[in-house]
Structures are given as C-alpha cells and as structure tokens.
Design a protein around this ligand. Sequence first.
Ligand SMILES: [Zn+2]
Length: 69
Amino acid sequence: MTFIPPSYTRHYNNMAKSAGKCAVCGADLTFKYRPMDGWNVSGFICGTCYSQKLLEHYIEPDRRGITKR
Ligand SMILES: [Zn+2]
C-alpha cells in the first residue's frame, strides 16, 4: 500500500492555480514568459503577447527604418 499524504495533493493543486494570468491579455498562463525591461509590463505574460512584444520592440523599428524613404 502506498500512503499519499493529503498535503501532497493540496500542494499540487496550489501549484496549478498559481500559474497566474497574463499581465497583458489576462489569459491563463500555461507557460510563463518574463517580459523584458523597457516593455513596461509587470508580472508574467503569455507566449502570444511575448512574441507580439518582441515584434513591436525589435522587428518593427528595423522594418520602419528599411521602408522609410
Ligand atoms: Zn497574453
């Protein structure tokens, strides 16, 4: 017989709940991304918003520089 203490399952549930919500769009986080300094985002964000922010902060300025004539 394997004895599983009740605190183990409680701890597991707490961990699942503490994943939190995206600081940008409010979606439940299955995977947390840490926003970079300068994004003005506090807390963790989802993968969608992370790639969106990357686009805004790193790809857009480059593209603007190229298309600017
Ligand atoms: Zn998000």
